[in-house]
Design a protein around this ligand. Sequence first.
Ligand SMILES: [Zn+2]
Length: 405
Amino acid sequence: MRQAARLWQPAAILPALWLAGCAAPAAMGPLPATTAALPPGWFRAAQATTPACEGAGRRVHAGFERAALAGCRIDADGHVHVTVAPESRPINPSPWYGFVVASERPDETPVTLHYDGGKHRYTPWQAVPGGVPALLAADRVNIAADRSAATLRLPPAPAQLVIAQPPETVERVLAPFEARVRAGQLTRVDAGHSRARRPIAVYHHRPANPRGTVVILTRQHPPETTGPQAFATFTDMLLGNSRAARAFRARHALMIVPLVNPDGFVMGHWRHNLGGVDLNRDWGPFTQPETRALAGAIDAEAARGPILAVIDFHSTFRDVVYAPPKPADTDLGEAMLQAITADLAGADIRIDRAHNPGNGVLKSWARDRFGVGALTWEVGDDSPADRTQRLATAAATALMAQANK
Ligand SMILES: [Zn+2]
């Protein structure tokens, strides 16, 4: 099966102790809105791949974009067992899984996820042909007391997708920006290629004589979904048709990177790229093609004019913004942070002003290299989509207001 091609080399990185993802999981809350139905033919294509396991009238397929399982077997009674394991170790615990279960039987399909190297984190999403993907109902998910396994009770269906987060593809992730390229609003200049030669798409807006550039990135870590939702709202605001957005774009350049780690995203990785490295510990060492390419592109942008702010969207167990202290009153990152803080007075968000230079994190590198506000914005795995949208809107509004002064 395809996962056999994974690289299992140990990660040559600093210990991943800085990540908030080490914290205990938060209580479940409302989850992001569902996405569009998978296109016609998607299930047929997935089912045309060689099964990862089959028996008792059932088959499991994992030969499609974002699929991941480390192994599977089917008991004589039709109970499916899937092993979920990381692409390399050590690793932060973001156990990703994605597979299609096909069944010729009229009964429900029990599926047990066995976690190797992590605990149950993501509530499964489920989709059937023609249907809108949705969270599997809570009464169909039985999590082991130690969270080392979860047993799902799948409704009868000839085929269904089970995946750790709403299904996304590279095409869908880039689609909003490609549409703006076709409309003449943005220019795409790939920074380079990933280890597996997938392009690293960078979208530029550049007016005549800009004051400088705001750099916005996401998806260094493949499973993270709520952070990219904040990124989507944030970039939509900056690229929108409001008076503030038009004034902002008249005097500021933008550099937007929707998918920093395309290989990890496509391969269904927990965290790393194909080199077994956490890319957000590689800004400084620059051992990987993705970080080297993007640092080169940002440096090239800096050669044309000042970098004004760098904002990197992620997801973890709760809402937290890492914003090393800099900067002057006029700093855009600081203005955004003030907007978020004001909007969330008394709400559950943490603002962390610590600065750990040399830790290989993008925001630390950017802050020290360009001397500007650089944020890592982590959105909780289970943060309600409307709250995330409200925060991202407030932050983009604050950034534009500050920049337009
Ligand atoms: Zn992350």
